[in-house]
Write a protein that binds this ligand. Structure first.
Ligand code: AR6
Length: 174
């Protein structure tokens, strides 16, 4: 079956996908933006599992991903990935952002989920240019769908801000 790409404007903490992705930081201990919203609404169990991961493997490197329960959220799992801080583009930011999407999809595939929702990783507090980030996100997702036999039926981009939504709409509409 062909995997569908969907675009939604809204808050990822309300999404009933099997897995939602969190734009975390290397500490895995929470922060602002979407990370703050997920931990606030998902409850303490998410943080407890993040701490257990840290005790096992230390911090999460930029571009890597790990997963926990989704606690009180409608999703089953939260995949925490660490996007790059935008620093002009000469520090592998594009490759690292691509790795976030690739590694999150790999985890979702291994978990056997049918649906996964992504926020616009790095485009908030980390200041990655939105248009470039959107092209990378969509390219990696399409590459994943085209290359692999996957169990994932639906990949959802959740845009919280209108600007990102417009950008995704124009790229996906073409
Ligand atoms: N649902 C979906 N998207 C959201 C939500 C939400 N509830 N809230 C914000 N966004 P950001 P980053 C969008 O700043 O740039 C944290 O402190 C937002 O509009 O959450 O990767 C972490 O701990 C933007 O498009 O993440 C890190 O320290 C996108 O999510 C740092 O911020 C990403 O914005 C990570 O920065």
């Amino acid at each position: 079956m062909k995997t569908e790409i969907k675009l939604i404007k809204g808050d990822i903490t309300n999404i009933k996908a099997d897995a939602i992705v969190n734009a975390a930081n290397t500490s895995l201990l929470g922060g602002g933006g979407v990370d703050g919203a997920i931990h606030r609404k998902g409850g303490i169990q998410i943080l407890e599992e993040c701490k257990a991961i840290r005790n096992r493997q230390g911090k999460c490197k930029t571009g890597d991903a790990v997963y926990t329960t989704a606690g009180l959220l409608p999703a089953k799992y939260v995949i925490h990935t660490v996007g790059p801080v935008w620093n002009g583009g000469g520090n592998d930011e594009c490759e690292l952002l691509a790795s976030c999407y690739r590694n999150s999809l790999k985890i979702a595939e291994n978990l056997g989920v049918k649906s996964i929702a992504f926020p616009n990783i790095s485009t908030g507090i980390y200041h990655f240019p939105k248009e470039r980030a959107a092209h990378i996100a969509i390219e990696i997702v399409k590459e994943f769908i085209n290359k692999k036999q996957t169990n994932i039926e639906e990949i959802i981009f959740i845009c919280f801000d209108e600007e990102n939504y417009q950008i995704y709409e124009s790229i996906l509409g073409n």
